[in-house]
Ligand binder design. Structure first.
Ligand SMILES: NC(=O)c1ccc[n+]([C@@H]2O[C@H](COP(=O)([O-])OP(=O)(O)OC[C@H]3O[C@@H](n4cnc5c(N)ncnc54)[C@H](O)[C@@H]3O)[C@@H](O)[C@H]2O)c1
Ligand SMILES: [Zn+2]
Ligand SMILES: [Zn+2]
Length: 381
């Protein structure tokens, strides 16, 4: 099947970020057809992840404007470029900020999802194949973001960054599995791997951190300690199995010391989901010597440096980091969607707000105020 718009330049609405920190402007963009190994998709629902907010604020990140942000979304294939064999018009897909070419050493390794060709690149604003953007306004190119740019009714994505999912899955729910929830869940289940009955500290109780907590609950951890500055998060976090709370602002000693004292020498595991360098260091220093494992998930500012005494490592603590919870997007993401379809994973409790595309700036306001977890932005109404 070929859609009637295949091969044509499409005009549609997109939310353009013209300047750092300024409200997005919804306006008409031209979206070029997909080139070799690319796919053009119609976005149905998208949501806002903190990574979008960081690059939009561009305080500690490389500024690149004008740009179309957005990477957590669900859509339907509109047309495919040459060489795309495994996706067809009408397939339901989740775009992912990191890809899977299937050919490189990373894709062939069971241990890695850091594809050589399609791994996350936050500074690139163009498509890989020809170094050009597929978006333009009056002939002037608009930058892509993370190879996904889902704050547009249509977008062009490399086929290696699209997971084909169960067509029965409701796209207004599973869109959040395209980044935040899978990232947190996988950080715990695939990387931290807490044992049954163990203790774990989760730094940052946004959607990513609470998905990490959900993973800890599924794995059978018994002490799930949530660490956040924002006390509004604590009530919500109880629904995700978090059963103890620490607000670093309420203590006059470093939070790593508070956690070490609470747990008789340190937590068995920790997962950092804040993007704050001090939280990253604390998350490492609060794990127990001999066996503790800390996992970094938050995206740091580009000049941040991780400082700790080497003896903390010598004392048999492990520090790891992960993108996308170590899931391979094309191979593994469909099974995370099936976990939701089989009712093993609850997605609804992460969705606290919904807005039409025309109100996309409200999603930014909620996140800036630390209100709620995920806001679904609907292209359908
Ligand atoms: N590695 C990956 O693959 C990946 C994927 C998605 C998101 N991320 C990153 O994960 C992080 C969380 O994303 P989110 O969408 O859940 O964000 P969010 O804004 O919803 O939540 C972050 C939480 O961290 C808390 N926080 C900030 N600094 C803190 C500190 N020093 N100590 C304790 N709590 C602190 C905030 O109060 C907030 O509740 C971000 O850094 C985001 O960029 C990484
Ligand atoms: Zn994200
Ligand atoms: Zn690869």
């Amino acid at each position: 099947m070929v859609s009637s718009t295949a091969g044509l330049v499409l005009s549609c609405n997109a939310a353009i970020a013209w300047e750092a920190g300024k409200p997005l402007v919804i306006q008409t963009v031209e979206v070029a057809p997909p080139q070799a190994m690319e796919v053009r998709i119609k976005i149905k629902y998208t949501s806002l992840c903190h990574t979008d907010l960081y690059f939009w604020e561009a305080k500690g990140q490389t500024p690149l404007f004008p740009r179309i942000f957005g990477h957590e979304a669900a859509g339907v294939v509109e047309s495919v470029g040459d060489g795309v064999e495994d996706l067809r018009v009408g397939d339901h897909v989740l775009p992912v900020f990191t890809g899977e070419c299937g050919e490189c050493a990373h894709c062939k390794s069971e241990e890695s999802n850091m594809c050589d060709l399609l791994r996350i690149n936050t500074d690139r604003g163009v498509m890989l194949s020809d170094g050009n953007s597929r978006f333009s306004i009056d002939g002037k190119p608009i930058n892509h973001f993370l190879g996904t740019s889902t704050f547009s009714e249509y977008t062009v994505v490399h086929s290696g960054c699209l997971a084909k999912i169960n067509p029965l899955a409701p796209l207004d729910k599973v869109c959040i599995l395209s980044c935040g929830v899978s990232t947190g869940l996988g950080a715990t289940l695939n990387v931290a791997k807490p044992k049954k009955g163990s203790s774990i500290a989760i730094f940052g109780l946004g959607a990513v951190g609470l998905a990490a907590a959900e993973g800890a609950r599924i794995a059978g951890a018994s002490r799930i300690i949530g660490v956040d500055f924002n006390p509004k998060r604590f009530e919500e976090a109880k629904k995700f199995g978090v059963n103890e709370f620490v607000n670093p602002k309420e203590h006059d000693k470093p939070v790593q010391q508070v956690l070490t004292e609470m747990t008789n020498g340190g937590v068995d595991r920790s997962v950092e989901c804040t993007g704050n360098i001090d939280a990253m260091i604390a998350a490492f220093e609060c794990v127990h010597d001999g066996w503790g494992v800390a996992v970094l998930v938050g995206v740091p500012n580009k000049d941040d440096v991780f400082m700790t005494k080497p003896v903390n490592l010598l004392n048999e603590r492990t520090l790891k980091g992960t993108f996308f919870g170590n899931y391979k997007p094309r191979t593994d993401l469909p099974s995370v969607v099936d976990m939701y379809m089989d009712k093993k994973l609850e997605v609804e409790k992460f969705i606290t707000h919904r807005v039409p595309f025309s109100d996309i700036n409200k999603a930014f306001e909620y996140m800036l105020r630390g209100e709620g977890l995920r806001c679904i932005i609907s292209m359908e109404d």
